[in-house]
Ligand binder design. Structure first.
Ligand SMILES: Cc1cc2nc3c(=O)[nH]c(=O)nc-3n(C[C@H](O)[C@H](O)[C@H](O)COP(=O)(O)OP(=O)(O)OC[C@H]3O[C@@H](n4cnc5c(N)ncnc54)[C@H](O)[C@@H]3O)c2cc1C
Length: 389
């Protein structure tokens, strides 16, 4: 065999899996379609569950995160001017870490380079073959040249639009999907955060999220109709809309500035089952997508990697198939619980076009219950900080 595990995709899932496997003495090759610069320019997730924090430390990439990340002990859920504090630390004993996906990815690339790992960028026409034989093969084109690698296992870490999921025959896949009728317009701006913790804001004008990357870099979002484009949203229009959706006490402190990035992401819940097909395993966004409302996308990718690196290490080092046989069911159990939480947060916080007045009252009542019930707050906190692996 040319290598032990071929990993399709050099995003956070593929890099973290490779890093953990390499540290266990398992050889990998990562095949990434884009350039490294492109992967590092994608502004996406920003909140790490503590399980993800510990897994990054275990992978030997925790130092900069521990030095530069911000541990948050809680968050705010608001309904117009009513503000409910969810105190993670008091309710669960746990916290989350504010540290951007771009930084995580950068740390993983640096660690992989230091280990001399093989990451091929600019690969095209990836084909995954021989998944039911004694060894798998992956064919691809690199710099106009056709190449072929044989391996024991293939990890499909190539995101929602990758080839790995589609390699599983359509009649053997079960797909579950909910597409929401709105997206999130996000901006990055070099301004101080409006609050020291995140604010998830429900308002009569729609949802807004005040998030951050560091003491002088904010990531703010507003719910927008799916038909909107970035060109429809000048900075001025964004700030006006954002200001009227967050509580007035926060709006009074808001410092605005030019956006340095602006993008619209549609919201979707999606799961494809099973996560294993012969010698192929799906990981992260290749298998599932959550709306970002519960901050679960990157964290679910991390828990998949946790289960799979253990399973592949058992298979390749201890000659035991128990872990790889259990991988799909084990990972899906956690995935569905995170799906439920992300869907619930999305439903609780967004205004749906054409909804009736009853729907708005249900949202308001859910938030009132949250304000008055410690049990409800503990349930939210337990899910937000991340269910155990
Ligand atoms: C616009 C956007 C905003 C997001 N915002 C948030 C957020 O605020 N909070 C949150 O928690 N999560 C967010 N997410 C989700 C989070 O970013 C993902 O869950 C996370 O990136 C998953 O990592 P991954 O490595 O599984 O997939 P990806 O990050 O998608 O990486 C897959 C990699 O595979 C490569 N690839 C694809 N096809 C091929 C191929 N055929 N051959 C070789 N390589 C291939 C891609 O170039 C990419 O580098 C967001 C996602 C998107 C798309």
């Amino acid at each position: 065999m040319d290598t032990q595990v071929v990993i399709i995709g050099g995003g956070p899932s593929g890099l973290l899996l490779s890093q953990l496997l390499n540290r266990a003495g398992i050889a990998t090759v990562i095949l990434e379609r884009s350039t490294r610069e492109h992967v590092l320019s994608r502004i996406r997730a920003g909140i790490l569950e503590w399980g993800s924090v510990e897994l990054l430390r275990e992978a030997g990439v925790g130092a900069r995160m521990d030095a530069e990340g911000f541990a948050h002990d809680g968050t705010w859920i608001t309904d117009a001017d009513r503000m409910v504090h969810i105190d993670f630390k008091a309710l669960t004993g746990k916290r989350v870490m504010v540290y951007g996906q771009t930084e995580v990815t950068q740390d993983l690339y640096a660690a992989q380079d230091a280990m001399g790992a093989t990451i091929l960028h600019g690969v095209e026409d990836v084909r995954i073959l021989d998944l039911d034989g004694p060894q798998a093969a992956v064919e691809f084109t690199l710099n106009g040249e056709k190449r072929r690698l044989t391996c024991a296992y293939v990890a499909g870490c190539d995101g929602f639009h990758g080839v790995s999921r589609r390699t599983i025959p359509e009649e053997k896949r079960r797909e579950f999907e909910r597409v929401y009728p709105f997206g999130w317009l996000g901006i990055l701006s070099r301004t101080p955060p409006v609050n020291d913790e995140l604010i998830y804001a429900n308002s009569p004008h729609g949802f807004a999220l005040a998030s951050m990357r560091n003491a002088n870099l904010v990531r703010y979002y507003v719910q927008v109709p799916l038909r909107d484009t970035v060109e429809d949203w000048s900075d001025e229009r964004f700030w006006t809309e954002f200001r009227r959706r967050i509580p007035s006490s926060a709006a009074a402190k808001l410092i605005t500035g030019p956006s340095i990035e602006k993008s619209i992401a549609p919201l979707r819940s999606f799961v494809s089952e099973p996560l294993r097909w012969g010698r192929l395993f799906l990981v992260g966004d290749a298998a599932h997508i959550v709306p970002p409302t519960g901050a679960k996308g990157l964290n679910l990718a991390a828990s998949d990697v946790f289960y799979l690196h253990q399973a592949l290490t058992e298979a390749l080092k201890q000659n035991s198939d128990k872990g790889i046989d259990a991988y799909s069911d084990r990972a899906l159990r956690r995935i569905w619980k995170a799906m439920r939480f992300s869907w619930q947060m999305t439903t609780m916080l967004h205004r749906f076009d054409g909804e009736d007045s009853f729907a708005a009252q249900m949202r308001r009542a859910t938030l009132a219950h949250l304000a008055e019930s410690e049990t409800a707050r503990r349930d939210l906190a337990e899910n937000y900080v991340g269910l155990p692996y």
